[in-house]
Design a protein around this ligand. Structure first.
Ligand code: ADP
Length: 609
């Protein structure tokens, strides 16, 4: 059974218990001194406002009566600070006040920093887990998920989780104690006023919550709009060439403007609510204060039910309790956001790689005899059958060319050999072993793949050619570059092999990029070569050079080539003609031409021109 989200969060945090303990203990000390500092502030006001002789008299009265808890607390506070003269007492009070604020804040810091330490470590751990898990997932997973979405999970959702659970821990753990301590103090000071506040504060609190909810609903919608704007923007920047070539700049700008306009309307409405909420809350606060002031003041001035010291303290504590209550009311939405993010994060982590090596997989080094497709059938997740009943053999050291119209299934066949996807029916065998019984890494290590779309990293030319290989000498590197017909242009680069090629290799021409990819394959020296030889983007000169490079690469290997060049087709040992996911025919160029079938039509259409 899948572990619950709580359990997983617990597992993540459990290792950090010393920090959690430190944080919790600090939280208690913080709350205690927080209460003390408010209490003493009231004492300070009282001492300044009251005549010193009066204070001494009250103290002796308190000493004799000590009836209520409130009186006892006041007695002990006075005992702590009252000295022989007024100014001495004030001095002691100031010192005590500073000390209690200092201790409170030191522990606030310790509480927060230990929590933050845990949070940052969790972020690091989760992102590393996600990243490494993503590396292990199969291509079929990436077909279904967008790159932007996955990046957003690794960056935003992990960081949401931190914010949500970090602040919620504080709120759920510390604020209730804080509130409890303050409310107890209110009741200790004056029962009647405390009851009164307990009734009015929640009513006004409800108003604030309603406004808050409405803001949140809107902010979710604005977040969606912002994501859409980001989407349009990144799509635009990625396709800027196409946009220019179709002269669609004005259209695109307009589309962006419209989307912005919608976002603006939402944003403005949200801002209106947000900006009204603080004046409204403040007015509500003022009303509460006035009601309490009226009733409390009446008790102080008219009926003498309460001392002014008690009244000042009551008001101070009441205002101190509002903040924790407000922050506690937001904890629900925080947690909701956090759980939604955690859900997305764990969803990725729970995805099992579709293609993994079996426990006792065979490590393979070389093709000894042949690679065979036996009645292979395949479809992608959610598509109709793409390949039907494909059977053919590639003998070691020969070239097999796949030809056929676009969409016939040629690339799909090529992707099945390195197990980027697994067959659905039938099997592919290398020397009689089903490739699903082979160790995946060993299988892929003996394979070189040069595709239409050359994938280069934003690194030096040298590192790109050496990618994935250890201990390559300069000599081997240069030899590979020469064989790939790439040496000359690399030498002409400002820093030769050390030249950084820019993102996706933008600083190189299409032909140059392909030759770097070919040099990479030559250096890897694979026994199986899979080649998608696109030439459409190359000029004649480049094409000639790439062709030579490919000829060098194909020598002495078992090659499957998706052939776009007539010369490759003609010289292939076997041609497999694909039509709508099926093999329409196969044989040598001459054999197939004689039959005057699908191949002849294709040949006339594609290769003759
Ligand atoms: P070819 O290489 O002959 O042009 P492909 O093997 O690329 O043909 O594609 C064969 C069919 O599979 C096409 O209909 C294509 O739309 C579909 N296809 C290719 N890749 C995917 C994928 N990742 N997910 C779903 N369908 C795909």
């Amino acid at each position: 059974m899948e572990k619950s989200i709580y359990r997983r969060l617990y597992d993540l945090v459990a290792g950090y218990w010393p920090f959690l303990l430190a944080s919790s203990i600090s939280a208690f000390i913080y709350v205690a001194f927080n209460g003390l500092s408010v209490w003493l502030t009231a004492t300070l006001f009282n001492n300044i406002l009251t005549d010193f002789d009066e204070l001494i008299k009250t103290q002796s009265l308190l000493a004799s009566s000590k009836a209520s808890l409130n009186d006892q607390l006041k007695f002990w506070t006075n005992k702590l600070i009252l000295r022989d003269t007024a100014i001495e007492s004030l001095k002691v009070l100031c010192y005590t006040l500073i000390a209690s604020f200092l201790i409170k804040n030191i522990f606030l810091y310790i509480k927060n920093i230990s929590l933050t330490y845990i949070q940052f470590n969790l972020i690091k751990k989760l992102r590393a887990q996600l990243y490494s898990h993503l590396q292990s997932l199969s291509l079929s997973f990436f077909d279904k998920r967008q790159t932007g979405e996955l990046s957003s999970i690794v960056i935003n959702d992990v960081s949401n989780m931190r914010v949500a659970f970090g602040t919620s821990f504080h709120k759920l753990f510390v604020e209730p104690i804080n509130i409890l301590v303050f409310i107890s103090l209110l009741f200790i000071i004056n029962l009647k006023l405390a009851f009164l506040s307990i009734v009015i504060v929640p009513i006004t609190g409800a108003v604030v919550v309603v406004i808050g909810k409405s803001i949140r609903r809107r902010s979710r919608r604005t977040a969606e709009k912002i994501a859409r704007i980001m989407g349009i923007m990144s799509e635009n920047l990625n396709s800027i060439r196409i946009i220019k070539s179709f002269a669609m700049e004005a259209f695109e700008t307009n589309r962006f403007k419209q989307e912005q306009e919608r976002h603006y309307t939402l944003d403005l409405r949200q801002a209106k609510l947000r900006l009204i909420s603080s004046p409204v809350t403040e007015m509500i606060g003022a009303f509460i204060a006035v009601i309490l002031l009226w009733i409390g003041g009446h008790d102080v001035l008219v009926s003498n039910d309460m001392t002014s010291e008690d009244f000042i303290r009551f008001i101070l504590i009441l205002f101190s309790v509002l903040q924790p209550i407000r922050s506690l009311s937001k904890v629900g939405i925080n947690l909701q956001n956090g759980f939604a993010s955690a859900d997305r994060v764990f969803n990725v982590l729970d995805t099992v790689p579709a293609i993994v090596s079996k426990p006792n997989a065979i490590k393979i080094k070389d093709v000894k005899d042949e690679i065979t497709f036996n009645n292979v059938g395949f479809n992608y997740d959610g598509t109709d059958r793409i390949l039907k009943d494909i059977s053919f053999t590639m003998k070691k050291g020969t070239v097999t060319a796949l030809v056929g119209a676009s969409g016939a299934g040629k690339s799909t066949i090529a992707d099945l050999i390195p197990r980027f996807y697994d067959v659905i029916n039938g099997k592919i065998e290398i020397d009689g072993n089903d490739i699903r019984d082979l160790d995946i890494n060993s299988l892929r290590k003996m394979m070189g793949i040069v595709s239409q779309e050359t994938i280069l990293f934003n690194d030096t030319i040298g590192s790109n050619i050496k990618y994935g290989l250890q201990s390559v000498t300069d000599d081997q590197l240069q030899k590979a570059a020469k064989n790939a017909n790439a040496y000359d242009f690399i030498s002409e680069q400002p820093n030769g092999f050390e030249t950084v090629i820019g993102e996706k290799g933008v600083r190189l021409s299409g032909g140059q990029r392909q030759r770097i990819a070919i040099a990479r394959a030559i250096l890897k020296n694979p026994s199986i070569l899979i080649l998608d030889e696109a030439t459409s983007s190359l000029d004649t000169e480049s094409e000639f050079k790439v062709q030579k490079a490919i000829d060098n690469l194909m020598a002495d290997r078992t090659v499957l080539v998706i052939a776009h060049r007539l010369s490759t087709v003609e010289s292939a040992d076997k041609i497999v003609v694909m039509e709508d996911g099926e093999i329409a025919d196969f044989g040598s160029h001459q054999d197939l031409l004689k039959k005057d079938g699908v191949y002849t039509r294709l040949y006339k259409k594609q290769f003759k021109s």
